[in-house]
Design a protein around this ligand. Structure first.
Ligand code: AMP
Length: 418
């Protein structure tokens, strides 16, 4: 049996970088006042169709959607924002306190063409803020993301930011775009030609060469912002500058989901070959209302966890090396029984200890201690048990000392916890 295409196992030998990221990210998010939320992987199809947008690639082509036994349409979540907004509304979180700050991590599912850095089950780290309209919420998230990547030792990243305007200024922009595309419609790919009336903004996101050509010199959203959106974007830019966060204003950045308004951004890397995004975010002030809740401004970002780890591997960023505090070489049944009890006690006390229960020889047990990177080895053979004294060997210095069995665990703890 094999995994299905685009799905993969992440094996224990690769997990330490994932854990390093989670540890660093969650501690940082917590200190900025974010709380963890856990949401289902399966939701009603309608949730994603309504929020991400009927004419987006994700909804049109990429969702894992199937009917349940009653014929209701269900979808494996392709992203987290829609579900978190659903949760915010369902639990009436806005009533007690409209300002909520969440983070989560977990798998997302999109039926894209699998390749390096692109999977059908992939992982995201997601951060969302509800109830804050101020541009400082936008800057704070970009700053946070930038700071996290710095702490993880990432280099070669660039932050691309744009403003997509709001329902106030978007109609005029769409008209300008449609006018511009007037004579160039023949250049558009089949998909965009179909979408143009329903959702002209999607064309800006199309990667096909002919659409890119059609878009040369096209109007930009940032030149059509209403005064409120313009002020908002000015605060974002000037504050980032003051904080020394480098960024590029990228007029072509629109993101692949319909719910975005005002600030949108992506953090791109060149480490994985062609330029690709390791994280993306944006404001979505209309989504909560669209899904049936009260009008609530909101903003968030998602980090592509798989890609982030791939970048870290490329940059040879050190993971936390798994080590063992103590390996107990137990020779014979009597020693095994005791070793089992000592190791349970020591592990409970936070001293990482292992025993090999397979009854191997001294030589092969010493080999295993080396393989497991043990800092100390405790040798418990018949002889040692009879003398009531075990040998403790420091594997780094090769020094050996004797330890009395009577007070073994407390004594080991003082030596090994140093
Ligand atoms: P999005 O929700 O499309 O804005 O994606 C946010 C981030 O998730 C992207 O910048 C990617 O790093 C990552 N991502 C999106 N789709 C995939 C995929 N199929 N495989 C791996 N990572 C992905």
């Amino acid at each position: 049996m094999q995994t299905i295409r685009g799905f993969r196992d992440i094996l224990p030998e690769h997990i330490s970088l994932w854990q390093k990221v989670e540890k660093e990210a969650f501690a940082l998010f917590e200190s900025f006042g974010f709380k963890e939320i856990r949401i289902p992987v399966l939701e009603k199809t309608e949730l994603f169709a309504r929020s991400i947008g009927e004419t987006t690639d994700i909804v049109e082509k990429e969702m894992y959607t199937f009917p349940d036994s009653k014929g209701n349409g269900l979808t494996l979540r392709p992203e987290a924002t829609a579900s978190i907004a659903r949760s915010y509304i369902q639990h009436k979180m806005y009533a007690a306190d409209p300002v909520r700050k969440f983070y989560m991590t977990g798998p997302m599912f999109r039926r894209e063409r699998p390749q390096k850095g692109r999977y059908r089950q992939f992982y995201q780290i997601d951060v969302e803020v509800f109830g804050v309209e101020s541009a400082y919420a936008d800057v704070e998230l970009i700053f946070l993301l930038n700071d996290l990547f710095k702490r993880l030792g990432l280099t070669g990243l660039s932050a691309h930011i744009n403003s997509l305007g709001c329902p106030e200024c978007r109609p005029a922009f769409q008209k300008a775009l449609l006018d511009f595309l007037g004579e160039r419609k023949d250049l558009l790919c089949e998909n965009c030609a179909r979408r143009i009336q329903k959702n002209p903004l999607r064309i800006l996101d199309c990667k096909t060469a002919s659409c890119q050509k059609a878009l040369e010199g096209a109007p930009a959203t940032i030149n059509h912002l209403c005064p409120a959106c313009d002020d908002h974007f000015t605060i974002v830019r000037t504050t980032l500058e003051k904080q020394g966060v480098e960024f590029i204003v990228d007029k072509s950045l629109v993101r692949g989901l319909d719910y975005y308004t005002r600030t949108a951004w992506e953090i791109k890397t060149t480490t994985l070959g062609a330029q690709s995004a390791v994280a993306g975010g944006g404001r979505y002030d209309g989504l909560v209302k669209e899904l049936g809740g009260p009008a609530t401004p909101a903003i968030g970002f998602a980090i592509g966890f798989d890609r982030l780890v791939e970048v870290m591997e490329q940059l040879e960023i050190e993971s936390i090396k798994p080590t063992l505090d103590l390996f107990i070489v137990a020779l014979g049944d009597q020693a095994m029984e005791k070793a089992y009890q000592w190791s349970c006690e020591l592990n409970q006390q936070g001293v990482r200890t292992e025993v090999d229960f397979r009854g191997k020889s001294l030589k092969s047990l010493m080999k295993r201690a080396n393989k497991l990177n043990a800092n100390h080895v405790l040798i418990a053979g018949e002889d040692e048990l009879n003398k009531n004294q075990l040998i403790l060997r420091n594997m780094n210095t090769k020094d050996q000392t004797f330890i009395a069995i009577d007070n073994l665990v407390p004594e080991l703890m003082t030596i090994l916890k140093k």
